[in-house]
Design a binder for this molecule. Structure first.
Ligand code: AGP
Length: 595
């Protein structure tokens, strides 16, 4: 299957050099995908392309991308498994005449038949990508419609099947783009226009953004943009002021975005509660629903698993959690008047978007919890709550997870008839507890340094509300440190996983003192007698632990919020121990916008 999660950028600066800005923008968006990079600029009526394999900074250093001359240009970072990671498959892709170059994000489902057809017509392909069909189609239709660009763009978009956003540069200096189920945003700066897959691509230069609608086609010429729909009608879209501050996209005093974002958690923790004023309306939907479903992917799915437990225990609401990649197979069984709560940091994850579309078709109401209020998911929702945790650049979700938990706790609090009361005093105490837990940073670093360098497996045990955190911790260790880790419901040990435990195993037990405490101690005994090293995370020490990470005392139901922090810090230091880049884990991308 094709996988393609890329960043695209177009720039028309009239008097400003395009290349340095394109390189800078691509660096800002690199977290989305990062195995090859390329830019194209226009100089003296000729399109120049420079591209190569590696991260933006590496390729820029080797090829001096920033020195390509010209005031107009396009750029791309690629994350792909299709067609191999090599210079030829890196974008931009030329048409046969080299008079058009294209960058693309998404999947062209019918690329093979188009490629066959275009080849028969004489087009010569130079890459193995699906994306290259776009430049050849544009060339074909430009010829057919005598360089009526809008007609050619519309014909191209009508021919393509799949989900895509692309930006093209023509040898007359025209930049154009199209948005079909992948994000594309216009950035309006005083003397330049950007076209980007992410606001971070232009936030340094302007906070004025136009979030294109699905099916929109845009042309940029002489510093002016024009938007059309697929029927060739000129349309107007509102300019939005982007609330994110650029400062929050920099690493500051930290070595990596990931550790910076972990340490930002106390300051963003309550934004998600205090900056949303539509909790009541959101909860009304939940109250009136015949059935409640929760969906999300990866970390966001884990938030859903915790929400299910909290809703059941404190709000007496039964919710079913279905991971978004599996949702499709259940969607026919959703009852009408159901509510689907979709959780997604980016609001662009393809699995989530497809789930929501399916549910909507079946008559469900869509509620979402997102970090990007202008995202596709927000637009599909009947009501949404915003995380307000600022941009998350590290590929691993850290601060957005905590923010999701806060939103979910507040929903439960609103619906629980005071059984779970997240009052102001408690919120303030929680911020202090998170700060205190973060002070363990150096101690956890030294613990990780002590672990065997050849460590192959880490198991994390927890019961009840701690089980989703065990899953989340293991996901963090896998993606950041490339070490096999498994979150296990402690009671399940004896049903199989115990067979894995030996004197080389490292087992982390999530064991704050609550109704699960004693049972987790029993599991720890079973593990200890097989010779494993046990790291206890708790507010109470026990001799069974070989290593102990002490949590501050807090109210039972809030332990998940603080116990995940040592796991995030562990994952970060394990990544450093394994000498891999925690911000950009191999094979992954921040927003997985394809199925
Ligand atoms: C977690 O660290 C991940 N990188 C990943 O699992 C992520 O949570 C998932 O892809 C969902 O993303 P979303 O929240 O933007 O939808």
């Amino acid at each position: 299957m094709l996988v393609n999660v890329c960043s695209i950028i177009g720039f028309n600066g009239q008097i400003t050099d395009a290349a340095p800005l394109l390189v800078d923008s691509l660096k800002k968006m690199e977290y989305r995908g990062y195995d090859s990079v390329g830019i194209a600029t226009l100089n003296d009526g000729k399109i120049l392309i420079s591209k190569g394999v590696g991260k933006v900074a590496e390729v820029d250093k080797a090829l001096e991308l920033h020195n390509l001359p010209g005031h107009v240009g396009i750029g791309h970072t690629r994350w792909a498994t299709h067609g191999g990671v090599n210079d030829k498959n890196a974008h931009p892709h030329f048409s046969c005449t080299s008079e058009i170059a294209v960058v693309h994000n998404g999947i062209i489902d019918n690329y093979q038949e188009l490629k066959d057809e275009l080849s028969k017509e004489g087009h010569v392909f130079k890459s193995q990508t699906d994306s290259e069909v776009i430049s050849h189609l544009l060339e074909k239709y430009c010829k057919k419609y005598d360089f009526d660009y809008i007609k050619s763009l519309i014909a191209t978009c009508n021919t393509l099947k799949g989900s895509f956003a692309f930006v093209a540069i023509f040898k007359n200096g025209l930049i154009c783009g199209a948005r079909f189920d992948e994000p594309l945003i216009i950035g309006v700066a005083p003397s330049a226009i950007f076209l980007s897959s992410d606001v971070l691509g232009f936030l340094k230069y302007t906070d004025k953004a136009i979030f294109l609608d699905n099916g929109d086609i845009v042309t940029i010429e002489d510093g002016k943009y024009h938007i059309f729909d697929i029927n060739n009608n000129k349309v107007t879209r509102v300019i939005t002021q982007v609330a994110w501050e650029l400062a929050s996209t920099e690493k500051g005093k930290y070595a990596h975005h990931t550790i910076k974002e972990i340490h930002e958690q106390p300051s963003i923790l309550l934004n998600s509660i205090n900056k949303n004023n539509n909790f009541q309306q959101f909860c009304e939907y939940v109250k009136n629903a015949s059935n409640v479903y929760i969906t999300g992917s990866g970390t966001s799915y884990h938030s859903g698993l915790l929400a299910k437990r909290l809703l059941a225990k404190y709000a007496k609401i039964k919710a079913e959690v279905i991971m978004s990649s599996e949702f499709h197979y259940f969607s026919d069984t959703l009852e009408s008047n159901s509510v689907v709560i979709a959780i997604s940091q980016s609001g662009e994850t393809a699995d989530v978007i497809h789930s929501v579309k399916k549910a909507k078709e079946g008559g469900s109401k869509i509620l979402s919890i997102i970090n990007v209020p202008t995202s596709s998911l927000a637009r599909l929702s009947d009501s949404f709550l915003v995380l307000n945790c600022g941009p998350e650049i590290g590929v691993a979700a850290t601060k957005s997870f905590l923010a999701q938990l806060m939103v979910l706790y507040n929903i439960v609090s609103v619906m629980s008839n005071s059984r779970l009361d997240l009052n102001i005093a408690m919120q303030k105490k929680l911020v202090k507890d998170v700060e205190k837990t973060l002070e363990l940073d150096e101690y956890i670093e030294s613990l990780m340094a002590k672990l065997d360098n050849e460590i192959k497996h880490i198991y994390i045990l927890g019961r009840s509300i701690h089980y989703p955190i065990a899953l989340e911790g293991s996901l963090k260790i896998k993606e950041l440190a490339y070490i096999h880790a498994e979150g296990i419901a402690a009671g399940e040990l004896k049903h199989g996983p115990l067979a894995l435990i030996d004197n080389k195993s490292v087992v982390i037990v999530l064991n704050p003192v609550d109704e699960t405490y004693q049972d987790v101690i029993s599991s720890s005994n079973e593990i200890k007698s097989r010779g494993a090293v046990i790291i206890g995370i708790s507010n109470k020490h026990h001799d069974i632990y070989d290593e102990y990470i002490e949590l501050p005392e807090c109210v039972d139901f809030l332990y998940p919020v603080i116990e995940v922090i040592p796991l995030q810090i562990m994952s970060y230091y394990l990544a450093l121990k394994m000498q891999v880049d925690p911000d950009y884990p191999r094979n992954l991308a921040k927003s997985v916008t394809v199925k």
